[in-house]
Ligand binder design. Structure first.
Ligand code: NAP
Length: 276
């Protein structure tokens, strides 16, 4: 069994990107927009800004108070959409209650949608003509690639069907010629489906939901979940201590998929700047 060191893979990717970015005629610019004072979002934003500095991306941070209006947010996004020095716009989600996320997101032009959440970017993924792909599933694909994990012909099971993680993950696996099942809260016989997985990716947000008896011997187990356990400690969707005895590869939480997501945001911003 191998515990995948997502932190180390992400550091390698950032180092590779730094070299590539140094060769660009203009430094890439990423606008990071945060609305409100959610502590988890503030930490995510801080980590993203730190990663930008490390790879040579100029980050521009915009913090709007909870009291700002939808129009204030949309006006800012319109301005950033036009700004020549901004190649990527990241709107930290979720927005506070009362904001229309879909309308706000639609203000981000596809070429600056470094999160890969726009309808056009998702549509391109469906067509297997990938443009900008959502950072978390893209990060998981990098893990497979860099660990030499074959996907073709494998049974892959994705737990979760969100537009930002589960669905793009399933499509990427399908495009890589895996045979893919997607499970969600209405799935019957979830345990049996999971037991058939050569590759199991969990993105449901339930602490330690996936137990050892749901995992096939030798499966590759990828944990996207970020949760708190009963003691308030960070944990994933996978019951790591028990599942690791059965898996051939497994990602820990923290230190698995999380750092890869930020590395892929840097990658998507680099690509957006390079396209100029
Ligand atoms: P989400 O939008 O809440 O979606 C959760 C999905 O899980 C839904 O499709 C839901 O099914 C399904 N689900 C919930 N309970 C289930 C159950 N008991 N059995 C089967 N399926 C179930 O969440 P998300 O944004 O995709 O995020 C998922 C997790 O990943 C969260 O813990 C989040 O914090 C984490 N995350 C991590 C990263 C990272 O960088 N590591 C990035 C993004 C998200 P229905 O569709 O039927 O409701």
């Amino acid at each position: 069994m191998k515990i995948i060191d997502g932190k180390a893979i992400a550091a390698t990717i950032r180092a590779e990107l730094k070299e590539k970015i140094e060769k660009l005629p203009e430094k890439p610019g990423l606008a990071v927009v945060l609305v409100g004072s959610d502590p988890a979002s503030q930490i995510y934003v801080r980590n993203k800004i730190k990663a930008c500095a490390e790879v040579g991306i100029l980050s521009y941070s915009y913090e709007l108070p909870d009291s700002c209006s939808q129009k204030d947010l949309e006006d800012l996004l319109d301005e950033l959409a036009k700004a020549k020095n901004i190649h990527g716009i990241l709107l930290q989600l979720p927005l506070p209650k009362g904001f229309d996320e879909e309308v706000a997101m639609s203000k981000i032009p596809t070429e600056k949608d470094v999160d890969g959440f726009s309808a056009e970017n998702l549509g391109k993924l469906v067509l297997h003509e990938e443009k900008t792909v959502a950072c978390t599933p893209l990060g998981v694909m990098q893990i497979f690639k860099r660990e030499g994990i074959e996907l073709e012909g494998k049974n892959a099971v994705v737990l979760g069907r969100s537009n930002t993680v589960g669905k793009p993950m399933a499509l990427l696996l399908l495009n890589a010629n895996a045979t893919v099942s997607v499970c969600h809260s209405k799935t019957r016989n979830l345990k049996e489906i999971c037991r058939n997985a050569d590759i199991l990716v969990s993105a449901i947000g339930k602490p330690k939901f996936v137990k050892a008896d749901m995992v096939k011997d030798g499966a590759v187990v990828i944990d996207v979940g970020i949760n708190r356990d009963e003691n308030g400690k960070l944990c994933g969707d996978i019951d790591f201590e028990n599942v690791k005895e059965k898996a051939s590869y497994i990602t820990p939480v923290p230190g698995g998929v999380g750092p890869m997501t930020i590395a892929m945001l840097m990658y998507n911003t680099y690509v957006a700047a390079r396209k100029e």
